[in-house]
Design a binder for this molecule. Structure first.
Ligand code: GTP
Ligand code: MG
Length: 399
């Protein structure tokens, strides 16, 4: 970025910040006014009860006008957002994503920038880049692809450090975008007028249940009628865990508390309920381990069969949940699941605080799965639809 460009950016971000600050203050005043009116209408002794009953999820507070804000605002602006279209939630998420990818970036971009400096790229700096990409868990195939494109470019022209980074970002984005383009839809959203069933699958502990809770929140907030099926009947506490998430976003959970309940039977009940209630999106939590020696894949196949039989026109998505911090191990899991289960997408979790965020690229390139959502934290708002531009910008942000 040139000096003038960065001055303009800061000016633009400052304007966006002022606007958000004003909007936040207006909203606060409006809420206070509503609360006052409510208090006037209701008996004073009930005051405490009312406060206790409120289980609304807190509005995100606008943070400082700092480097994170400016960066986030610029990433939104680069995607064509106007100042008045920016929301605090979006800024907050980008800030989290950028912070979350800090560890991935540390051993990668910082070193890369140090090595490249302002000098043009050389064959030696490409060797360094190769090592750094592999170290960031980007995977051998994606790394080979990126390095050979850069090499070709180098043979044709002199590539400065900054241009090199730009080119690198473009190449990484191409890799992530390929399976998304192939899938025919850029974003995964429930289709209205049909029952959409999203199965969350993956090995134990990767974050399936948490992700499902966050998805239930996103979905109900976007006005989709949502229902949860607790088809992980292995873990005793799984149903309780789901109910807590369901409560937070007012989404019901269909479960069967009896011991060793059949997961497919829970899905059967949930579909009946979904049809009766005209549900748009049924989210199905599945087990990462089973109580019997039954194969996990057989169990998933059984669940799918029930869905096909009962609602043949349902739109079914099998989403593999992957824990980014498991790096290459996660990639192995993805490969074995992809072989046996008919997967349609991936969700990458725990991008906060891992140095292995690069594994997202390996999943795209080597397992050919479109990444649909990413999680960067344990909170209900810490999951967002995947956006490759934002991801690559956060992974290669220069501070
Ligand atoms: N830091 C962080 N932690 C996460 C994220 N997603 C999930 N977790 C944590 O990971 C742990 C396991 O999450 P679960 O949602 O229970 O995982 P699961 O895949 O349902 O596990 P099983 O049901 O046992 O197979 C919990 O402590 C979550 O809070 C994330 O994006 N970031
Ligand atoms: Mg679970």
């Amino acid at each position: 970025m040139t000096n003038t460009e960065s001055d303009n950016s800061r000016e633009w971000a400052a304007q966006a910040y002022a606007l958000l600050k004003k909007r936040q203050e207006e909203q606060k005043k409006e809420l206070e006014k509503q609360e006052e009116q409510k208090q006037e209408l209701i008996d004073i002794p009930n005051k405490e009860n009312i406060a206790g009953q409120s289980k609304a999820i807190a509005e995100t507070e606008l943070g400082e006008f700092d480097d994170n804000f400016t960066w986030s605002a610029m990433v939104l602006a680069a995607q064509g957002k106007k100042i008045n279209q920016i929301s605090i939630d979006e800024i907050d998420w980008l800030t989290k994503l950028r912070r979350g990818l800090e560890e991935t970036r540390k051993g990668f971009v910082t070193e890369l920038l140090d090595k490249l400096g302002d000098d043009p790229l050389t064959p030696e700096s490409l060797d360094d880049l190769e090592t750094l990409l592999i170290r960031a868990d980007v995977g051998i195939d994606s790394t080979d692809k990126v390095i050979s494109s850069l090499r070709t470019k180098l043979n044709e022209e002199v590539v400065g450090g900054e241009a090199g980074i730009k080119f690198l970002k473009r190449e990484l984005k191409l890799i992530i975008d390929k399976p998304i383009k192939n899938s025919g839809s850029d974003l995964l959203v429930p289709q209205k007028g049909k029952l959409n069933v999203w199965l969350l699958v993956g090995v134990n502990g990767v974050g399936k249940t948490t992700t499902l809770g966050k998805l239930a929140y996103l979905s109900s907030k976007s006005n989709y009628k949502t229902l949860i099926a607790a088809a992980d009947t292995f873990r005793a506490a799984a149903v309780e865990q789901l109910k807590v998430w369901g409560d937070r976003s007012n989404v019901d959970v269909i479960s069967n508390q009896s011991k060793n309940a059949d997961p497919a039977a829970v899905v059967f009940d949930a579909i009946n309920s979904a049809k009766k209630r005209n549900i748009d999106l049924l989210l199905v939590d599945t087990a990462g381990r089973l109580q019997t020696k039954n194969n996990l894949m057989d169990e998933l196949a059984k669940i799918k069969k029930i869905i096909d039989k009962k609602v043949p026109d349902a739109l079914v998505e099998s989403l593999l949940v992957l824990d980014a911090s498991q790096g290459q191990n996660g990639l192995k899991q993805a490969k074995s699941f992809a072989k046996s289960a008919d997967l349609s997408g991936a969700i990458i979790t725990k991008l906060d605080g891992t140095s292995r965020g690069g594994v997202s690229l390996a999943v795209s390139e080597e397992v050919n799965l479109p990444i649909r959502f990413i999680g960067a934290g344990e909170g209900i708002k810490d999951l967002r639809p995947f956006n490759s531009y934002e991801f690559v910008e956060a992974m290669l942000a220069d501070k």
